[in-house]
Design a protein around this ligand. Structure first.
Ligand code: PMV
Length: 321
């Protein structure tokens, strides 16, 4: 049996997390790195498909009665693939998954590993799976991680293009800017559970809906101008919008001392804007850099300020590559 590999990018929300849960528009981009990859390899003919999660050293042999928690999303994904695509057999193959994307930190690691795995399965069994269907299937897997995710992670990662995203509407694809968009990601080292942070925000909104809805409205208003700035490579304007978004996320109570420290360090090192990215309360922040040299300076400053991990990366665009 042939082996087949595929990969998927990580993602960043440049503007609009949390507000997107309440129907506002967010701006999200795929990143050139870090990435996740998956490979379909042969397994004994009668054995149900399983998964080998190399980074976690977790292996599941396909026995539905005994699924380790880390393998549960892949068990769901395999079941979905077998159910939706008659060409995908239930037995005789295994997924091998590797990821450089830290999990639980706002970079979409769950959606990326699921997208890479589904792409590898579809390629191996010659199934055609358009990005919209890939996104739908990844969303089904994402529900295991997050309960009721807004759908932004699966959409931007499956489509592989910068998007404006609002719940229940088709994503709006952004045109590629004329200059590369350099981003520096700093990981606080503390992972978060998106579902818990989202539930906390929902509780706080329940106590004070007027205040919270005003914050969500203000966040939602940033994405349109952000998309314009992004497409026109007006990085100074985009950076200012990111800074404004960070203030609003702080008002929402989802930043943290570690995130604030990294955001401050990035700005002092010359970042054009910086904010937490994803659910917050830990996880990652992202800083916009004018160019690669400035990005290196920001990355150095993030390391000095205690970032557990950093990535100097660029916005990717699957459609353009
Ligand atoms: O899972 P994360 O950390 O990438 O956060 C996702 C963004 C939220 O808006 C907080 C939740 C969602 O479902 O959109």
């Amino acid at each position: 049996m042939r082996c087949q590999s595929a990969d998927a990018s990580s993602k960043l929300i440049l503007l609009g997390e949390h507000a997107v849960v309440y129907g506002k528009t967010a701006l999200a981009v795929p990143l050139l790195k870090p990435r996740a990859s998956a490979r379909v390899v042969p397994a004994p003919a009668g054995r149900p498909a399983g998964v080998d999660l190399k980074d976690l050293e977790v292996r599941w042999d396909g026995d539905a009665r005994d699924v380790p928690p880390a393998a549960a999303p892949f068990a769901r994904l395999i079941a979905l693939a077998v159910e939706r695509f008659p060409a995908v057999p239930a037995c005789g193959w295994e997924l091998v998954v590797r990821s450089r994307i830290p999990s639980g930190c706002g970079l979409g690691s769950g959606a990326a590993t699921a997208a890479a795995a589904l792409r590898a399965v579809c390629a191996r069994f010659a199934v055609s799976c358009a990005p919209a269907l890939l996104s739908e299937l990844v969303y089904e897997v994402e529900k295991l991680h997050h309960g009721t995710p807004s759908g932004i992670d699966n959409t931007v990662i499956a489509m592989g293009r910068p998007i404006l995203y609002a719940r229940g509407a088709a994503p709006r694809f952004l045109t590629r800017p004329a200059a590369p968009c350099f981003l520096v990601v700093g990981h606080t080292g503390r992972s978060h559970r998106t579902s818990e942070v989202v539930a906390d925000v929902a509780r706080a909104r329940g106590l004070n809906p007027v205040r919270h809805d005003a914050i969500f409205d203000a966040i939602g208003r940033l994405s349109g101008p952000g998309a314009e700035a992004f497409q026109a490579a007006r990085w100074i304007d985009l950076g200012q919008l990111m800074d404004r978004n960070q203030e609003l996320l702080k008002d929402l109570g989802v930043s943290s001392a570690e995130l604030d420290a990294l955001v401050g360090a990035a700005r002092r090192a010359g970042a054009l804007g910086a904010k937490l990215s994803g659910a917050g309360r830990g996880g990652c922040m992202a800083a916009l850099a004018a160019d690669a040299v400035s990005g290196q300076r920001v990355e150095k400053a993030l390391k000095a300020a205690g970032a557990a991990e950093t990535f100097l990366t660029e916005v990717g665009d699957h459609a353009a590559s």
